[in-house]
Design a protein. Structure first.
Length: 379
């Protein structure tokens, strides 16, 4: 299949690995953060870390929308389902995120909540059309990639005059999170690792383009290479970052030219701007309160804002003390550093959000056998 097999060629991967080893300065270390969970899974699935020299280290970032969603936001959704008795619909990964009091959306469903898994934002609006006698709430999550579809259904609901549909908006922004990793108060609390460069997200960048990273690269002097999700994409991005670090450059380069442009998808950006505006602050799991890092529904569409319609008050909730998700999302720790990884916390019985999502770092390590021997010894 075009653009699949070509980017999974073992011989080419070997050539890239040799080029990285040849160009990486043995007198220094390279700490490169892949922001997106899709890259984290590619690195684990294809054993990319095993192909890199020891001084080129991959650090996992907070690029998983399910993983960064704090407990308090899931609690909001559960209250809607159990107390307000709405039809609550959301994406599958959200159903299993641990919430307060041992609950999750899936367990709240078992208690009688009308909670339904959907595959697209359009499914949520269709539910509202099909059940005009019920309040239907879409619990929307995701980075810039999934924001335009949410904007579409809010705009369409307004145009059609659908009165029983609303949205809990949890859409968050990539550049703000990258900046927060480098300079937030949590750096002093949790510590940090030296970061020499970033592999920029693929799907997000198809929407926002490469331009938003330019200020970041210039201001923080960190190179960014936007890369696709295939193994050769990641390997090429690592080589490009090594070269930038060696040259003392901090630029935005685009490896994923087959899908990403500098300007991005202008039509999608305009739609998002029409429906959403910036929140002053939003809590991220692992990052804490991050200023101007998320979106909220504009006043013109306030009738479709579930937080306004149901007078929902957000309350922050501390993570499980045994869980290291917060530190893992910041790149401070690896899944292997968590004492409950692979023993108490597994994909079948997750304690933290990093083990829940198909894009979570802990799920990646567990699914592809990385450090499972560590978990076995701990057991």
């Amino acid at each position: 299949m075009k653009y699949i097999d070509e980017f999974r060629n073992g011989a080419l991967a070997g050539g890239l690995a040799r080029a990285i080893a040849r160009e990486a300065d043995t007198a220094r270390s390279y700490h490169l953060m892949e922001f997106c969970g899709g890259h984290t899974h590619a690195i684990s699935r294809y054993g990319i870390a095993d192909l890199l020299p020891a001084n080129v280290k991959m650090i996992h970032g907070p690029g998983c929308p399910v993983c960064v969603l704090p407990i308090g936001r899931i609690d909001l959704a559960i209250r809607l389902a159990l107390e307000h008795e709405v039809i609550l619909c959301t994406y599958g990964d959200c159903l299993r995120i641990p919430a307060s009091n041992g609950l999750s959306l899936l367990k709240a469903k078992a208690r009688g909540g009308d909670i339904r898994m959907i595959y697209s934002a359009a499914d949520a609006l269709q539910l509202a059309r099909a059940h005009p006698e019920r309040e239907v709430v879409f619990f929307a999550i995701g980075f810039e990639t999934t924001t335009p579809p949410t904007a579409v259904v809010i705009r369409d609901a307004a145009r059609e005059g659908v009165k029983n549909f609303s949205v809990v908006c949890n859409h968050v922004l990539t550049p703000s999170a990258i900046m927060n990793i480098l300079e937030s108060p949590q750096v002093r609390k949790l510590g940090t690792v030296p970061l020499d460069g970033f592999i920029g997200p693929a799907h997000v960048s198809t929407v926002i383009g490469s331009r938003p990273y330019e200020f970041f690269a210039e201001e923080y002097k960190k190179p960014v290479v936007i890369a696709g999700f295939e193994p050769l994409d990641v390997m090429q991005a690592v080589l490009m970052l090594v070269r930038q670090v060696n040259d003392g450059r901090a630029e935005v380069e685009n490896e994923f030219t087959r899908a990403v442009t500098r300007e991005g998808n202008l039509k999608a950006q305009a739609l998002v701007s029409e429906v959403f505006e910036l929140r002053r602050s939003f809590e991220w799991r692992g990052l804490g309160e991050v200023p101007y890092s998320a979106l909220k529904i504009r006043r013109e569409f306030a009738a479709y804002d579930a937080e306004t319609r149901f007078a929902l008050a957000y309350k922050a909730v501390a993570d499980n003390k045994a869980c290291e998700c917060g530190a893992i999302l910041r790149g401070v720790k690896h899944p292997r550093d968590c004492k409950i990884f692979g023993t108490v916390c597994t994909p079948e019985s997750p304690i933290g959000s990093c083990m829940v999502s198909s894009e979570g770092a802990c799920a990646a390590y567990y699914s592809y056998g990385r450090f499972r021997d560590v978990a076995a010894r701990a057991a």
